[in-house]
Design a protein around this ligand. Structure first.
Ligand SMILES: C[C@H](O)[C@H](O)[C@@H](O)C(=O)CO
Ligand SMILES: [Mn+2]
Length: 421
């Protein structure tokens, strides 16, 4: 019965979109090609699996105390699998370096190695998914001074450079084994609470260290480096070494990707607007979909104006094959699997909505100077039956339609998550 109604509504939606010259089947084929990289850190509140007493630091903060946080990699992988089963299309798993598995041994960040990620790689292979990777230069005694690779202290700087190099080796091995590049994101906390006198030398040090981390030639078939900019972090309000200009300049001159996180810019700045600018100068870029609420609060992604506009720009710039989309939020106040499902599905729905836009018609109107028709059509599109196409996509992909996924999460919560505390 449910299936019948999904099909019927899809047929009606297909006809409605066709009236505007939009082929829903083409949109569905396009969305099915996009792999969203799901971040492991939503599953455990950015805690990681190191043998260490260190708490979270680095200007980011997961708030909330919902039961069921994954306490080890096996639990996190199980949670991932549950989430994957409720989301259409293909996903990737995005790991941070401190999600290593050492069998109880204390291994510091400057000693991370491929062998500590064997289980993750085997799991990914079994599931037929790809892995992405991140250096972890925060939540560590050697990052407490606010500076890692821009530290004046040679020992601290050297420590983090070694960490970065090793992460690249790990990413390289992941890329080789999965037969597709592993996206390696470089985000560093470096900055200060109050305004420093020396910004220039700090930034020079940062760049030199990044070059040292990336000094080994690694094929882009295996690793795609990305540098993530940021406006500020908690306790680091006045200065961020890796600012927007620095990250973009570095990416352009080193032929790597820049990472634009929806929460890392001034609230009046549009990340969507950056896509068509950045891609004039770099081959590809990495997007972190997040939801800042008054600050870089990393709330779960929704189909809000920012997400919708970002996906529209990706599609309008014909850049779907030139962007990597990764999630970046960490909400500990709600069911963590639901957070993944809501955020990933919202990102996908925003993308689907963008793919269902009558691009050719809008372009023709704009080029002909008919901005009245353009405005009218953009407005009309807001209430088109995108959800009927989405439901059909879920049905076709064998995952729950509408809110049906929620019952499964609640059941998993009862059967698995509540037994963890
Ligand atoms: C934990 C992540 O690496 C982190 O969220 C980073 O991507 C970021 O956005 C920091 O604000
Ligand atoms: Mn981010």
């Amino acid at each position: 019965m449910r299936k019948e109604s999904v099909m019927k509504q899809y047929e009606a939606a297909r006809e409605r979109f066709a009236e505007y010259g939009v082929d829903t089947e083409t949109a569905l084929r396009a969305i099915d090609e996009v792999e969203i990289s799901m971040h492991c850190w939503q599953g455990d509140d950015v805690t990681g699996f190191e043998v260490s007493e260190q708490g979270m630091s680095g200007g980011i903060l997961a708030t909330g105390n919902y039961p069921g946080r994954a306490r080890n990699a096996n639990e996190l992988r199980a949670d991932y699998e549950k989430a994957f089963s409720l989301i259409p299309g293909r996903q990737r798993a995005n790991l941070h370096a401190f999600y290593l598995e050492t069998g109880g041994k204390r291994v510091d960040r400057d000693a991370v190695e491929v062998k500590y990620f064997e289980n993750w790689m085997q799991w990914a292979q079994e599931l037929g998914i790809k892995l992405d990777f991140n250096t972890s230069m925060f939540s560590h005694p050697k990052s407490e001074g606010g500076y890692t690779i821009a530290s004046y202290d040679d020992t601290i700087r050297g420590f983090w450079i070694e960490h970065g190099r090793r992460c690249r080796d790990i990413a390289e091995e992941m890329g080789k084994r999965q037969g597709s590049p592993c996206v390696l994101n470089h985000w560093m906390v470096d900055g200060s609470k109050d305004a420093p006198v020396d910004r220039y030398d700090r930034r020079a040090l940062f760049i030199r260290s990044l070059d040292a981390i990336r000094s080994k030639a690694v094929s882009k078939d295996h690793v795609l480096d990305a540098i993530e900019s940021k406006l500020f972090g908690i306790g680091l309000e006045s200065f961020t070494v890796g600012s927007g200009e620095l990250a973009l300049g570095y990416a352009v001159t080193r032929d790597i990707m820049v990472t634009c996180d929806l929460g890392h810019f001034h609230p009046t700045e549009s990340v969507a607007d950056k896509v068509s600018a950045v891609l004039q100068f770099t081959d590809k870029m990495l997007l972190h979909t997040s939801r800042p609420v008054r600050w870089d609060s990393d709330h779960v992604v929704l189909q809000n104006d920012d997400t919708m506009a970002l996906m529209q720009e990706v599609v309008r710039a014909n850049a779907l094959s030139r962007v990597y989309i990764a999630l970046d939020f960490f909400d500990a106040s709600i069911n963590r699997i639901a957070a993944w499902v809501i955020g990933t599905r919202a990102t996908q729905k925003a993308l689907l909505s963008a793919l269902l836009e009558p691009r050719e018609r809008l372009l023709a109107a704009e080029r002909a100077g008919d901005t009245t028709y353009r405005l009218a059509l953009v407005e009309e599109m807001k209430n088109m039956p995108v959800n009927a196409v989405w439901d059909y996509y879920c049905e076709k992909s064998g995952v729950p339609v509408g809110m049906d996924w929620y019952g499964e999460v609640k059941q998993y919560e009862k059967d698995v998550l509540l037994g963890r505390d």
